[in-house]
Design a protein around this ligand. Structure first.
Ligand code: SF4
Length: 447
């Protein structure tokens, strides 16, 4: 799981490192383990990478100063790396220097590496090597990426920077992971996992990179080609949980989808006599607003966030999860005490977060009743395409039904959104969505 960005300045006066830095801050929610930036200054690829949050890794102003150049790419990732060289964007220097970052998962990595005679253990490095070899063979970046896309099977939203000053962009034919494009007049072009990046750096959002599409940016032009026949299977979890509410992905506003989810929840699982609706920050806030509007139940502010936004569902240990919960949410007693509370959250993974929250509300804050409503269907399977979902045996929905979960987490009632309700909310036909972690059935991602 990660976020990628590339910014191509059409004048050599531009210094893109700072633009990439702000873009990565805007994508921080997509990966919090490590990050990196690579720039091209006309001579070589300059890079800096490290483990931690973006503002920690790039805390010294001179770090960005040293990253000179009018083209840059960057990445945030949720996958921890012991070897800093493996942090994305990865760089290979031969046969042609390539820096590459991607969000996704390559399904035929080992098989293809063997077939192509590329000896390497790291997926990102393999992709960079493969593209470098293709570029040497063809000499032309569009031909190279077309051949590359014909061979690689999996989910990828990918940006590469060549040591010749070209920026290469590709999205797999199913478009599982998001990728968007924008520009600032004729000054620079931007490609990023989410459109919120365009707003943050002052560019205009243009469109999604379409499934199976590739772009080449060079100093003279932007070339676009539909390399593979599109077969859209957009990740539904982006709408529920991962993407920022100010992003537009696959033509749909995340905010609007989340508001619809709240309305669907209200239709499916209304709490009669609820006295206050509280959304768990931040993702579930639009769900709660819409639920409150629809049911005419007063909306409250139930929590104050302490510290950074910690994505507690994907923290690896029990201790970290509990610390994450406490850091993330401090309930507001006055909003909760003595009330019949409708607690709206985005998802339930292991149930740890929900149990802690319900326990706090009931036993410490004095809630009269706590009714939990979840803005996503039951999470029952892992994601083979690179999204961090814990192993199946740790997912509470695999083992328990709603009534049983309600007992385990200590709620009065508990309900998930239905699959149909989610699809209706997203507004994209079900056949064009990946719903794998909710159904256990995955799209076939051919090359
Ligand atoms: S399996 Fe789930 S998280 Fe993975 S791409 Fe499909 S919907 Fe998204």
């Amino acid at each position: 799981m990660g976020g990628v960005v590339g910014v191509y300045g059409f004048s050599k006066e531009w210094r893109m490192a700072r633009f990439i830095y702000y873009s990565l801050l805007a994508l921080q929610h997509r990966g919090q383990e490590n990050c990196g930036i690579v720039t091209f200054n006309g001579e070589t690829l300059n890079y800096y990478k490290g483990s931690g949050f973006v503002d920690q890794v790039f805390s010294k102003p001179e770090t960005l100063e040293k990253l000179q150049g009018w083209i840059g790419i960057g990445s945030v990732s949720s996958i921890s790396q012991e070897n800093p060289e493996k942090i994305q964007p990865v760089i290979v220097w031969e046969p042609i220097p390539i820096a590459l970052c991607y969000d996704g998962k390559i399904l035929n990595f080992r098989e293809l590496a063997e077939k192509e005679g590329i000896n390497c253990e790291d997926e990102a490095e393999f992709l960079a090597r493969l593209f470098s070899v293709e570029l040497e063979k063809t000499g032309k970046p569009m031909e190279a990426i077309a051949s590359f896309m014909g061979k690689v099977k999996g989910a990828y939203s990918l940006i590469a920077l060549t040591g010749r000053g070209e920026m290469v962009v590709a999205r797999d034919r199913c478009g599982v992971k998001p990728l968007t494009i924008g520009s600032f007049g004729f000054d620079y072009g931007v490609v990023a996992s989410e459109s919120c990046v365009m707003d943050v750096i002052g560019a205009d959002f243009k469109n999604d990179i379409q499934p199976g599409e590739a772009y080449i940016f060079d100093e003279h032009s932007i070339e676009r080609r539909q390399v593979l026949k599109p077969n859209p299977r957009f990740c539904a979890f982006e709408y529920v949980y991962y993407a920022r509410p100010d992003s537009i992905i696959n033509g749909k506003s995340i905010y609007e989808v989340r508001m619809k989810i709240g309305e669907e929840l209200a239709k499916e699982h209304r709490v009669n006599g609820g006295e206050v609706v509280l959304g768990v920050p931040e993702t579930a806030i639009p769900f709660a607003v819409a639920y409150s509007n629809k049911t005419r139940t007063p909306l409250g502010i139930g929590f104050v966030q302490t510290g950074r936004r910690v994505r507690s569902a994907i923290k690896p240990t029990e201790f970290e999860r509990i610390v994450g919960v406490q850091l993330k949410l401090n309930p507001i007693r006055a909003a909760i005490a003595g009330k019949k509370v409708v607690l709206v959250d985005d998802s339930v993974v292991r149930g740890t977060t929900t149990k802690n929250t319900v326990n706090l509300m009931r036993n410490k804050m004095g809630a009269k009743e706590v009714h939990v409503r979840i803005g996503s269907p039951r999470l029952i399977a892992q994601c083979p395409f690179g999204t961090d979902v814990p192993p199946k045996d740790e997912l509470i929905a695999v083992h328990l039904n709603a009534e049983e979960v309600s007992k385990v987490v200590g709620a009065d009632t508990f309900h998930w959104l239905s699959l149909k309700g989610l699809v209706r909310s997203i507004g994209i036909p079900r056949k064009n969505l990946c719903l794998g972690c909710f159904t256990g059935k995955y799209p076939v991602l051919a090359g």
